[in-house]
Design a protein around this ligand. Structure first.
Ligand code: PEP
Ligand code: MG
Length: 325
């Protein structure tokens, strides 16, 4: 098996009928840079900036953030890096940031809701990202937990101010592309309004599944029911891919689902263009994509979408995968 993975090193993830799917890595740790590049990642599809914030004892300042972001952006020079603005709150807490306990943290003050209420903090982070990308121009900014147009508009206004400010200060920078995570179900039907404001979309299947199924992604009691291959989640993801295609927006998926072989076959059938995952999973997923045809994946997806349960869908796809070896 390892020989098989070795033999595809340096080759693209392309289906047997010629459909290319880009594979990128998910990270937040500088220690992941080398493994990601070694695994053949074509960029960083999700850089979780809360991770470098978590390992400190206080908020990192602008210069410190520039140093960290620069290392990621320069390691992936010539490849896209999708950096997400701070996504704290809910299940992600910073030790030095005291947040009042909330009755429903998953539905509370988190992601962009938190950063828009802390504009100075967000400004520093965005300034640091853009300064770090000077001369590299591979930065893409990804916004977490967006559910309403005004959140996007406030951010875009702030980004404009930051870019102008940096140019006035003499930095030779370009304003980066901006996209949203689709992880709050409300975002799906709003995409049509956002299409001219954003440059790309990334599906956060971890939170999207949590909110569609009303199942806490971290609660052991309900963990056995939590599965992104649930028919309702698949239907919504198919709808997102359809809407983004109609709007001409590139779409990727960066949740755990993107490295689950059963889900990957179904996503390939939907015509997803890009998947981002932990780099340890990347070679196996590349092998899988190089072993299937998109036509067969689409047929399997059609069959799967007629089924009513997770277990029936998993059995159907797994049986087909077994025939591939
Ligand atoms: C997601 O929600 O799917 C996602 C990729 O973001 P996180 O797991 O960091 O919430
Ligand atoms: Mg999320």
């Amino acid at each position: 098996f390892l020989d098989r993975l070795e033999s595809i090193h340096g080759k693209p993830a392309i289906t047997t009928d010629g459909v290319r799917i880009e594979l990128l890595s998910n990270t937040g740790l500088l220690a992941d840079i080398t493994p990601g590049l070694k695994a053949g990642a074509e960029g960083v599809g999700l850089y979780r900036t809360e991770i470098p914030f978590m390992v400190r004892s206080s908020f990192p300042g602008e210069e410190e953030q520039v140093q960290v972001y620069r290392q990621v952006l320069s390691a992936y020079a010539g490849m896209p890096v999708y950096m997400r603005t701070l996504d704290v709150g809910g299940d992600k807490q910073l030790p030095y940031l005291h947040m009042e306990p909330e009755e429903n943290p998953a539905l509370g003050w988190r992601g962009i809701r938190f950063t828009l209420d802390n504009i100075p903090l967000l400004m520093v982070q965005v300034r640091a990202m853009i300064r770090a990308s000077q001369g590299l121009d591979n930065l893409h900014i990804l916004l977490p937990m967006v559910s309403a147009t005004d959140e996007l508009d406030i951010f875009l206004g702030l980004l404009d101010d930051v870019c102008r400010q940096l140019q006035d200060e003499g930095y030779n920078i370009h304003c980066p592309q901006v996209g949203v995570m689709v992880e709050v179900p409300a975002a799906i039907s709003q995409l049509i309004f956002w299409r001219k404001r954003i440059d790309f979309v990334s599906i956060g299947s971890n939170d999207l599944s949590q909110y569609l199924l009303a199942l806490d992604r971290n609660n052991a009691r309900v963990a056995s029911r939590y599965d992104p291959v649930h028919p309702a989640v698949l239907h919504e993801i198919q709808r997102i891919v359809h809407i983004t295609n109609t709007c001409g927006l590139p779409v990727s998926l960066c949740g755990e689902m993107g490295s689950d072989p059963v889900a990957v076959v179904l996503l390939a059938g939907m015509g997803i263009q890009r998947l981002s995952m932990s780099s340890a999973k990347l070679p196996e997923i590349k092998w899988l994509i190089r072993s299937i045809s998109q036509t067969a994946a689409r047929e399997l997806l059609d069959e799967a979408l007629k089924l009513e349960s997770v277990s029936d869908i998993r059995t159907l796809v797994q049986n087909r995968l077994q025939s591939l070896g």
